[in-house]
Design a protein around this ligand. Structure first.
Ligand code: SF4
Ligand code: SF4
Length: 94
């Protein structure tokens, strides 16, 4: 299984964000019900490697139809604000 890429994230106050893109190597999404970005971080950034495009390393949101064995099977995801939470916007309920 290929790791899905994070194609867009508009959470600009996150230390991993530059130009609406996530530059963590891999992110973790969710608890079992809510698809929040668990990697969101507001620490002072030492500078991100903008050549690095984030992938979804793990997803714990088993309520999503893209979740197979605690991994994401979508080809890509986007992340952003939804109801004041930082969520995977590609989430689809089962
Ligand atoms: S996907 Fe998560 S870790 Fe990456 S920039 Fe957005 S909020 Fe930050
Ligand atoms: S699309 Fe679904 S399985 Fe993939 S990261 Fe988002 S919530 Fe998790």
């Amino acid at each position: 299984m290929e790791m899905p890429i994070v194609s867009e994230c508009d959470v600009t106050d996150c230390a991993y964000n530059s130009d609406d893109m996530c530059h963590a190597m891999a992110i973790t999404i969710g608890d079992s019900v809510h698809p929040k970005c668990d990697t969101y971080c507001t620490s002072v950034s030492m500078g991100v490697d903008t050549s690095c495009m984030a992938c979804v390393g793990a997803c714990k949101t088993t309520a999503c139809s893209h979740n197979t064995g605690l991994e994401c099977s979508a080809s890509e995801i986007s992340v952003g604000l939804k109801n004041d939470e930082i969520d995977c916007l590609t989430f689809e309920g089962r």
